[in-house]
Design a protein around this ligand. Structure first.
Ligand code: MN
Length: 216
């Protein structure tokens, strides 16, 4: 069985003007596809690994033979990160966190607005390509912002992600050109806070498995 790019759950132009339709089409159909194709190629001849959910594959990179471990880390991470990204950004979603998610921001950062400023700053300061994540701990207590290079996933770190933004130029360059900070600021407009809150609820209730979406 091969890993697959899940269909984008909305139209390419649904996130205009923050993310333009051409960027969405290239990003989803070409960039995400390339990671999935390279992952499948790396795993040829490894049916035991091909049968794993992407989350399980990345949580246990040590089980991957050294000859293909870096390819799996890069391309499997690219698959997992983008699969989460398409779900977190949604047209017409909740514009602000509520309930437990809002409370968690107040406890960890003082306020939701203070969190947003810290997240933007971390993303803007990260040198080169990578991702900026909002993570919690297993069990869902405590929040922390971290950045990782390339397509590294938080899954090997055992730190569940609630939210992530893509810092690669392919995510923003057509529309925002070199102005990463502008992209980071505008991006909040397309985050669906209901989805992010659901992720926290799932982690706190021990139902992380349902964050994975399609099994493949
Ligand atoms: Mn990307």
């Amino acid at each position: 069985m091969a890993y697959e790019v899940p269909p984008l759950p909305y139209a390419y132009d649904a996130l205009e003007p923050v993310i333009d339709a051409e960027t969405m089409a290239l990003h989803h159909d070409r960039h995400h596809r390339a990671y999935v194709d390279a992952l499948n190629k790396a795993l040829e001849g490894h049916p035991d690994l091909q049968g794993k959910a992407i989350e399980a594959l990345l949580r246990d990179l040590d089980a991957v033979p050294e000859a293909i471990r870096q390819a799996v880390r890069n391309n499997g991470g690219g698959h997992a990160n983008h699969q989460m990204f398409w779900k977190i950004i949604q047209p017409g979603g909740a514009k602000r966190p509520s309930g437990a998610m809002a409370q968690a921001f107040n406890e960890a950062f003082g306020s939701f607005d203070a969190f947003k400023a810290r997240f933007e700053e971390a993303g803007a300061k990260h040198f080169g390509s990578g991702w900026v994540f909002l993570v919690t701990h297993p069990g869902g207590q405590g929040l922390e912002i971290l950045t990782l290079p390339n397509q590294d996933s938080v899954l090997p770190l055992k730190r569940p992600a609630l939210l992530a933004n893509d810092l690669w130029e392919h995510a923003y360059y057509l529309k925002h050109r070199n102005r990463r900070a502008d992209y980071l600021k505008a991006w909040w407009e397309v985050v669906n806070w209901a989805t992010v809150g659901d992720r926290l609820d799932a982690i706190r209730s021990g139902q992380e498995a349902r964050l994975g979406g399609p099994a493949r």
